[in-house]
Ligand binder design. Structure first.
Ligand code: C5P
Length: 222
């Protein structure tokens, strides 16, 4: 089996709502590569720890929990220890709790090898906050996808509204800004572009335009 470093990796980092999840899935499908949604791993730990009443202060308990989780990504979601958590991990509360557990260095260490295991031939598209800086520093192509907090809050608002859910736009914006600050300012693996990342601002770009820019980077870097 080839080592991880032989496998081509494309990293897409950036804040929530920048469109990185959608773009990562589209690019992985276009290239025929595997996909890692690393945020889902932190969200799973957040939801399962809450259900099993492991407090966020219990670092040892969180790490033990993390090491025992059987996670299977399916076409449309994720199974954890056989239970379908696809919807439960997508709430704003799960995102907020995920960013709290993600600031704990021991938790990040426990999740590190899980993430690297996703690098299998013919290639991997990995999306998250620290894919290009910490998890796959040797990746051939690194993208940092950004967008203004207002644009991201608006996208999320429209998404929830189209599902018939009523939320406050101001509340969403506050949650987004709070989560951004926690992710940017934490001591370990803060969200930031790698030195060799290409920064794309999607504030006024369509998904198709971002997809084309990412594919152009892939083509230009072999
Ligand atoms: O990308 P998503 O919104 O699903 O991520 C949820 C949270 O998980 C983020 O706010 C961040 O705190 C954490 N995360 C992380 N490192 C990653 C991916 C996600 O710290 N690579």
């Amino acid at each position: 089996m080839p080592s991880t470093t032989d496998v081509p990796v494309l990293t897409i980092d950036g804040p929530g709502g920048s469109g990185k999840g959608t773009i990562a899935a589209q690019v992985a499908s276009a290239l025929g590569w595997h996909l890692l949604d690393s945020g889902a791993l932190y969200r799973i730990l957040a939801v399962v720890s809450e259900r099993r009443q492991v407090p966020v202060e219990d670092e040892h308990g969180l790490v033990t929990l993390c090491q025992g989780l059987a996670v299977v990504f399916t076409e449309d979601g994720v199974l954890v220890d056989g239970a379908d958590l696809s919807l439960a991990i997508r709430t704003e509360d799960a995102g907020t709790r995920a960013s709290i557990v993600a600031a704990i260095p021991e938790v990040r260490q426990a999740i590190l090898s899980m993430q690297r295991d996703f690098a299998r031939p013919p290639g991997l598209v990995a999306d998250g906050r620290d894919m290009g800086t910490v998890v796959f520093p040797e990746a051939r192509v690194k993208i940092f996808l950004d967008a203004s907090a207002e644009a991201r809050a608006n996208r999320r608002y429209n998404q929830l509204k189209s599902k018939g859910l009523s939320v406050s736009l101001r509340g969403l914006l506050e949650q987004i800004q709070e989560r951004d600050a926690r992710d940017r300012e934490r001591a370990v693996a803060p969200m930031k572009p790698a030195n060799d990342a290409v920064i794309i601002d999607s504030t006024s770009l369509s998904i198709d335009e971002v997809f084309d820019q990412v594919m152009a980077e892939v083509a230009s870097r072999g």
